[in-house]
Ligand binder design. Structure first.
Ligand SMILES: Nc1nc2c(ncn2[C@@H]2O[C@H](COP(=O)(O)OP(=O)(O)OP(=O)(O)O)[C@@H](O)[C@H]2O)c(=O)[nH]1
Ligand SMILES: [Mg+2]
Length: 243
């Protein structure tokens, strides 16, 4: 079921001195591509140290996890506050065995039941720049997102490459990324007949080790909020926006 325009109006409040808007931000993509660590990076989450799978002394619950964070951001000069409800879907395809956590389809079954906000403002298709297979698999993940109604009238898409620090091993070129943007648009049109405007698709590259690109990702999320809530008119009346 696609969300309609009226439901998004519940997610924005105009107070005397500021605008507050909230919405869902969903990370999707292969396991081990850095979805959880990117959420740590943008939220400055301090609770869990950066974990490294090469370190035998530290094991994580191999893909079968479903993370939730809240990221609040102020677009200071316009007195807009965005509150992202971040969901990180497990990167394991299909379903998990009973008692073994959640794979993607299990978490997707739960998503619309437990998410406090049903509107997906941003869908973040995540891949690892140093692993071409994770990039090719974005078609699979986009299909799953479409199947699960995660692409709605107000949704923007960010194609997110992680591991930017691995400069000697980067396998995904900017040309591929440009082609991917066109591909995403045509797949969405072919599947659900929706035309995704060019201002609703972004590509960002980050390193969760050096922090490079994290500010760009935050900007892309903010732009997606401004687009979803149609706040550009408001913003440009005040001052030229510099994103
Ligand atoms: N070099 C490098 N390593 C990263 C980066 N981001 C994440 N990692 C590492 O990649 C591995 C996977 O990161 P996660 O954030 O757990 O990946 P995920 O996509 O959430 O994985 P699942 O929960 O299994 O779907 C971890 O060992 C991280 O330390 C990055 O930008 N650069
Ligand atoms: Mg994860």
């Amino acid at each position: 079921m696609t969300q309609n325009t009226s439901s998004i109006s519940r997610l924005i409040r105009f107070t005397e001195d500021k605008i507050v808007c909230t919405g869902g931000v969903v990370f999707i993509g292969d396991g081990n591509t850095g979805k959880t660590h990117t959420a740590f990076s943008i939220t400055n989450y301090q609770g869990k140290a950066f974990y490294n799978l090469d370190d035998d002394t530290l094991k994580k619950s191999v893909n079968l996890e479903w993370d939730y964070f809240i990221f609040q951001s102020n677009i200071e000069e316009y007195l807009i506050r965005t509150s992202s409800q971040i969901f990180i879907m497990p990167g394991q395809k299909g379903r998990a065995k009973p008692g073994e956590g959640l794979a993607f389809e299990d978490a997707a079954d739960l998503y619309f039941h437990v998410a406090p906000i049903k509107i997906v403002v941003v869908l973040i298709l995540t891949y690892d720049l140093s692993d071409i297979k994770t990039f090719q698999e974005l078609e699979y993940w986009l299909d799953r997102a479409i199947e699960r109604d995660m692409i709605q009238t107000h949704t923007s898409i960010i194609i997110l490459g992680t591991h930017l620090d691995e400069s000697d091993n980067i396998m995904v070129s900017d040309d591929y990324i440009d082609d991917a943007k066109d591909f995403v648009k045509s797949l969405i049109f072919a599947r659900i007949g929706m035309v995704l405007d060019s201002n609703k698709i972004h590509s960002v590259k980050v390193s969760n080790i050096t922090g490079e690109g994290i500010a760009d990702l935050k900007d892309a999320i903010n732009i997606s909020f401004l687009t979803a809530f149609n706040l550009f008119g408001f913003v440009s009346n005040k001052k030229e926006i510099s994103f």
